[in-house]
Design a protein around this ligand. Structure first.
Ligand code: NAD
Length: 485
């Protein structure tokens, strides 16, 4: 049984390279079956304080370790993740629900942050700036921020964490991490990787917790924590901005989106259909950058709807452990309720269901959270499904006439994470890419995520960037030395 590998493993609060128990535990559940996979200790305020102590004690030696040595450990961590990919991917599918092929892909993506930032660690350059006076010299240094607290969501339990840990360690920071309560096992598995990669005790600490508040209150009250990096909902992001005022911490936020996916009449229609399916239905539509509003130009609307519906109707729904599954369960019942509410609202306002539109029949739906991939036709911008992140396998198709009209509709949202469009007209590609008010643009590309590029949102989708050459800046302070000579 795949779940035996979880039962045979030790999962504790990971502090100082050791797993610790706690007075309280909480259950980790398989969203595809409802079974309890295991219990993990529930970290509270005193555990958080112990983790901050460990991270603060490890900071001087880690930040003084030559970058080339830190980089070697990060490369080793990447290699170990790939070596243990099958185990890590299976555990991810068991606790998160996504199909095993997607979990394998996420492990490779998660590992790529260690390799990428190993390179960046070796290139944290300063500057020598021409001074204004002949008897002065100006030196600019970039130094690690210090102890960082990292908070991550359940939808990418491994990659969202390594996207933060890798640049932090590359910069010379130490970290305390709080994974989402639904998916602590993928995070805790990383502890063993760090030990085997030779990363010293206290550099990375991982705290599973059912209630995020004791962790949150402790880190924000503590002056030793100099930076908080968060990935999750915009609602919680706002709370964290307010909390960061208390001890004036640096803060990076990767928040929610409401991505438009635009198909112009000069698009390669087959490529657009394939891209829309990949963008919308990956991880059962539970990704922050997934297409949430699909705008299709009038002349190709019917043809696109027909091809797209045929492709969506073919997506197999089931347990992520079955090799042909493409859509797993939703993470939990609140997620199911949101999807149901969005579909019912759209239908009550005139949308037409082309395929799906309901949960899987009860005999194939042990938890009730498996939703049939859905295409909605004749959707208009006043429906909930276009205004909020649905976070489920529901694709609303909206008709438009002109480029100006669709740009106005696409930008008419407080969010600005990712946007996609398909067109074969090179002038339009440039023009539209410039006018879309989003941090990530997929121009004839539905899968833009990569460790090599700066990922992040504008407007209410966040602050800061992760990945690329920019990602390490989030974990570095700039200091300048004015030297009299
Ligand atoms: P969430 O905001 O509820 O939870 C995210 C994390 O924050 C979890 O670890 C949770 O325990 C913790 N948390 C919740 N309340 C908190 C509080 N008051 N103080 C401190 N921590 C708290 O989000 P979620 O439902 O787990 O994730 C889905 C959301 O994340 C979606 O909106 C999605 O768009 C977003 N997301 C964004 C990105 C990105 O890169 N921009 C990536 C993945 C997910």
């Amino acid at each position: 049984m795949p779940s035996d590998m979880i039962r045979q493993s030790e999962y504790g609060i990971f502090i100082n390279n050791q797993y610790h128990s706690s007075a309280k535990n909480f259950a980790v559940t398989n969203p595809a079956t409802g079974e309890t996979l295991t219990e993990v200790p529930d970290a509270g305020a005193s555990d958080t304080l112990a983790a901050i102590d460990a991270a603060a004690a490890a900071l001087p030696a880690w930040s003084a370790t030559p970058a080339i040595e830190r980089a070697a450990m990060l490369r080793k961590a990447a290699a170990l993740m790939l070596e243990r990919r099958e185990r890590l991917a299976t555990i991810m599918t068991l606790e998160q629900g996504k199909p095993l092929t997607e979990s394998r892909g996420e492990i490779a993506y998660a590992a790529s942050f260690f390799s990428w930032f190993a390179g960046e660690a070796e290139r944290v350059y300063g500057q020598i700036v021409p001074a204004a006076a002949p008897n002065k010299r100006i030196l600019v240094m970039r130094q690690p921020v210090g102890v960082c607290a990292l908070i991550t969501p359940w939808n990418f339990p491994s990659a969202m964490l390594t996207r933060k840990i890798a640049p932090a360690l590359a910069a010379g920071c130490t970290v305390i991490c709080k994974p989402a309560e639904q998916t602590p096992l993928s995070a805790l598995e990383l502890g063993r990787i760090f030990i085997d990669a030779g990363i010293p005790a206290g550099v990375v600490n991982i705290l599973p917790a059912l209630d995020p508040i004791p962790f949150s209150e402790t880190i924000f009250a503590d002056d030793r924590v100099r930076k908080v990096s968060f990935t999750g909902s915009t609602e919680v992001g706002r709370i964290l901005i307010r909390s960061s005022a208390q001890t004036v911490k640096r803060i990076s936020l990767e928040l929610g989106g409401n991505a438009p996916f635009i198909v112009f009449d000069d698009a390669d229609l087959d490529a657009a259909v394939k891209g829309a399916v990949a963008s919308k239905f990956r991880n059962s539509g539970q990704t922050c950058i997934c297409a949430n509003r699909i705008f299709v130009q009038s002349a190709v609307y019917d043809a696109f709807a027909e091809k797209f519906t045929a492709a969506v109707a073919n997506l197999k729904v089931g347990s992520g452990l079955e090799s042909d599954t493409m859509i797993g369960p939703l993470i939990d019942h609140p997620a199911l309720e949101k999807v149901t509410r969005h579909v019912q609202d759209a239908v009550s306002k005139g949308a037409q269901i082309m395929t799906g539109g309901a949960p899987l029949p009860a005999q194939f739906n042990p938890t009730g959270t498996f939703w049939t991939p859905t295409v909605l036709l004749n959707v208009s911008p006043h429906m909930l499904v276009t205004q909020e992140e649905t976070f489920g396998p529901v694709a609303p198709l909206i008709r438009f006439e002109t480029e100006d009209e669709v740009l106005a509709l696409a930008n008419d949202t407080p969010f600005g994470l990712s946007a996609y469009f398909y067109s074969q007209n090179v002038s339009r590609v440039m023009r539209v890419a410039e006018k879309l008010e989003f941090g990530i643009i997929g121009a004839n590309d539905a899968l833009p995520s990569t460790a090599n590029a700066p990922f992040g949102g504008v407007k209410q989708s966040g602050l800061g960037r992760e990945g690329g050459a920019f990602g390490i800046d989030e974990y570095l302070e700039v200091k300048y030395v004015s030297m009299g000579v």
